[in-house]
Design a protein around this ligand. Structure first.
Ligand code: HEC
Ligand code: HEC
Ligand code: HEC
Length: 212
């Protein structure tokens, strides 16, 4: 019975996909509603704003060529997954697109509560004027990771209580504990704007508007 339900849901999602969100590549031009594109359903104004700010700049089409070069030696399954500007697998988009659905635990035990994928966006204000501020998606991290991965080390559990620099990150501390190891690396200019996405008024980041 459970299996039938699953089949039905699969069929339904195929149909709703076909009618509501044509998957013909028009997505990246902005002609498809971003909520449909990433969540497969309608969403409220705040979620739409967050999505636009947070994942709206991912241009899947222009990445496909790059992929072939960058992923020549990568596991073949990766070819099916969306990539970021630098050609690395975009694991978040893989989840929000419904391509993968990672298990919470290996032993079937209930998963640690998480606060919701798009909840709790936290801002780090950079001290350099040309560098956009950082949007840290806390909820997205608690989807992937348990609290102990970050608290109490390397991050104290209090907003604004952690003092670190970009140099620390590139050296593998704080955010760099994972970014550059299990998640996209901070040391390539193509990836700066995956974290530094909150542009300060009138300032263009020195890596330009869109990564090449
Ligand atoms: C990927 C790392 C990471 C994970 C995993 C993580 N956190 Fe955090 N958390 C942070 C960072 C970074 C901050 C902000 C610190 C700052 O502003 O300096 C933070 C802040 C907090 C705060 C302070 C909020 C405030 O408004 O002061 C609380 C509470 C918190 N986290 C709880 C949790 C809980 C509970 C979990 C597990 C469900 C969790 N965190 C998982 C990185 C993480
Ligand atoms: C994994 C996320 C992430 C990536 C990727 C990233 N940064 Fe940062 N960056 C941060 C955080 C977090 C801060 C700290 C903000 C603060 O509290 O001052 C920061 C701070 C900075 C600062 C302010 C000065 C300083 O040292 O704190 C500069 C400049 C900077 N980053 C440049 C870059 C450049 C250039 C790139 C790409 C090569 C980049 N960053 C990639 C997260 C990131
Ligand atoms: C304990 C490991 C860990 C730490 C520490 C960590 N991250 Fe992450 N981060 C991840 C994982 C895992 C993902 C999801 C997989 C992926 O996108 O590669 C992720 C994804 C992200 C994304 C999503 C980007 C996108 O385009 O989808 C941003 C932004 C980000 N991290 C910023 C930060 C910043 C800023 C810090 C430090 C304040 C930080 N992370 C600390 C593991 C970590």
């Amino acid at each position: 019975m459970e299996r039938k339900l699953l089949l039905l849901m699969l069929l339904l999602s195929c149909f709703s996909g076909a009618f509501a969100a044509p998957n013909d590549g028009s997505a990246s031009t902005g002609s498809t509603d971003i909520c449909m594109e990433f969540l497969g359903r309608d969403c409220d104004a705040e979620q739409r704003r967050l999505l636009q700010e947070y994942v709206g700049n991912i241009d899947i089409q222009s990445l496909s060529n790059k992929l072939q070069q960058d992923f020549a030696g990568a596991p073949r399954a990766f070819t099916a997954l969306p990539k970021d500007h630098a050609g690395f697998v975009n694991w978040n988009k893989s989840v929000t697109d419904g391509i993968i659905r990672p298990l919470g635990t290996l032993n079937g035990k209930p998963e640690e509560e998480n606060e919701g994928y798009f909840a709790n966006m936290m801002v780090f204000n950079t001290k350099v004027p040309e560098i956009p501020n950082v949007l840290f998606p806390h909820g997205m991290h608690t989807y992937w990771l348990s609290c102990e991965s970050c608290h109490p080390k390397p991050f104290k559990k209090k907003r604004g209580s952690n003092d670190f620099t970009m140099g620390d990150i590139i050296r593998g501390e704080f955010c760099g504990k994972c970014h550059g190891k299990v998640s996209f690396p901070p040391g390539t200019f193509k990836n700066c704007n995956r974290c530094h996405i909150l542009r300060k008024e009138g300032k263009t980041p020195f890596w330009g508007d869109t990564p090449k």
